[in-house]
Ligand binder design. Structure first.
Ligand code: BES
Ligand code: MN
Ligand code: MN
Length: 455
């Protein structure tokens, strides 16, 4: 541990400066306007892997953004850790809500404010720097491979193809990912599961053109009203989802599992205060951790139609649209849920409108084992660096690669995230605590050490 602390101490400023350079690159994968910046980011990551001591560093082309690969094989008979992360980020919008520009990283109160600070540049870059540390101090105890992709925030459409075509190259004993949250720095935790995702777009089509709302209003169904009614009907009075068959494949948790999840520290008053809401909402009969970690949900992510410009316009619009996503839990599949949603949504459309449902991307849920050598190594690493045993939790977000790695390569994942839910991922003023960044760089070498020792 001493050599680790010392290395971080001696390189403190540079470790931060390099992350800042990475954060200055606007690698927004969703918007084609940022394409040159996304490609530059892949180059930057490849260069840094090379500098840190990785061999066979490659910018692997895909039909979309490239995947950066690099490795250090010290001894083929030793275990291999595959580090996964993503160099792409969410769009920074709405820009006017940022206190400082999203791609000019700024430190306030010990925190780095920038898009991607936590999700996932700040987190995956800890692995690059921890690798450098192990190379420089001659302490790399196992083989390591890096796979850093550029399309995670848009559904990783080309990743499956890459993984299927490169099974030998990606062969490893465990996948290690830092792209999730901890409860808090005082209560370090390890996520042991992620939800899946089914994302789609719906369109409700009324009259063949926008109409004068005085001339036709009252006689013709307004697609926005119909869409709002259809959406509202998707939850009942207990906030259960009403799509027939939606819960069929869900495996109920045992009472022991529920008790374990609910024993994690949670302060409801604090939770509400942080969000400035008077009351929580959710599926009846479940706690907050159960609702976000173990139950499937349905959210409207966007809704539009009619006139939304300055002033007023009395229009009865011809169309209304919404983006809707569902979070899935183990044993549900995105394909089956997408079909159930589509069939149901079409069936509840009144004859006054036509409805179209267009699926976007999906991802499968995953649980990670807690009795594996790799999980124990992560537990030991965190216990040593935080001075406290990590609490197992279930994450509400999705990282589709986790299920994909297991299905295609048979490899399980350890989710050793150092973010906080309050880091404003995907929101304005995303941040990452400098303390967490260094803490991650210090903890990761311990993971490799214990993984090699216990394997
Ligand atoms: N890192 C997040 C997922 C995450 C965040 C997991 C916090 C657990 C805790 C990831 O970058 C992400 O945002 N994933 C998307 C899914 C993807 C298919 C677009 C998500 O969860 O919405
Ligand atoms: Mn992420
Ligand atoms: Mn994300």
């Amino acid at each position: 541990m001493q050599h680790i602390k010392q290395y971080v101490e001696q390189n403190r400023q540079r470790l931060l400066d390099e992350l800042f350079d990475l954060l200055r690159l606007a690698s927004v994968s969703a918007d084609p306007q940022y394409k040159p910046e996304v490609l530059k980011t892949a180059d930057y990551v490849a260069a840094k892997l090379r500098e840190a001591g990785a061999d066979n560093v490659e910018i692997c082309q895909t039909a979309g953004y490239p995947i950066v690969y690099g490795e250090k094989i010290i001894d083929p008979s030793k275990p291999t850790v595959l580090v996964y992360g993503h160099y792409d980020v969410q769009p920074p919008d709405p820009l006017e809500l940022w206190h400082t520009p999203p791609f000019e990283p700024t430190v306030r109160d010990g925190k780095i404010y920038a898009r991607g600070a936590c999700d996932d540049k700040g987190q995956f870059y800890m692995h690059v720097k921890a690798f450098e540390l192990m190379m420089q101090t001659d302490t790399l105890p196992c083989n390591i491979k890096f796979m850093i992709e550029g399309e995670e925030e848009v559904g990783s459409a080309n990743l499956g193809i890459f993984v299927k075509a490169n099974k030998e190259k990606l062969k490893a004993d465990v996948v290690l990912i830092s792209d999730t949250s901890m409860i808090s720095m005082e209560h370090p935790s390890l996520e042991t599961g992620l939800r899946g995702l089914s994302y789609l777009e719906v369109e409700v089509i009324g009259p063949n053109r926008d109409l004068h709302s005085g001339v036709y209003g009252g006689a013709v169904a307004n697609p926005i009203t119909i869409l709002a009614q259809m959406i509202a009907s998707l939850h009942d009075e207990n906030n259960h989802i009403t799509i027939p068959g939606f819960y069929n494949d869900v495996i109920p948790l045992t009472q022991d599992e529920r008790d374990a999840l609910n024993s994690a520290p949670y302060d409801e008053a604090e939770y509400k205060k942080d969000l400035d809401i008077a009351e929580l909402w959710g599926e009846k009969g479940y706690s907050t951790f159960e609702r976000t970690g173990t139950r499937p949900t349905l959210e409207v992510n966007g809704i539009w139609g009619g006139y939304i410009g300055e002033g007023a316009k009395t229009v009865l619009p011809s169309k209304a649209n919404a983006k809707i996503s569902m979070r899935l839990v183990p044993n549900q599949t995105s394909e089956a849920i997408t079909k159930l949603f589509t069939d149901h949504f079409l069936s509840i459309a009144p004859p006054s409108v036509k409805v179209k449902v267009t699926p976007h991307h999906g991802g499968e849920p995953a649980v990670t084992p807690t009795d594996s050598v790799a999980y124990k190594a992560a537990q030991k690493a965190i216990a040593e660096s935080f001075g406290k045993e990590p609490i197992p939790t279930r994450g509400g977000g999705s990282i589709p690669i986790v299920a994909l790695f297991e299905a295609e390569l048979g490899i399980k994942t350890v989710l050793m995230g150092f973010g906080l839910d309050s880091d404003a991922l995907h929101s304005p003023n995303e941040k990452y605590d400098i303390y967490n960044y260094y803490k991650g760089i210090e903890t990761i070498p311990l993971f490799h050490k214990y993984f090699a020792e216990l394997s």
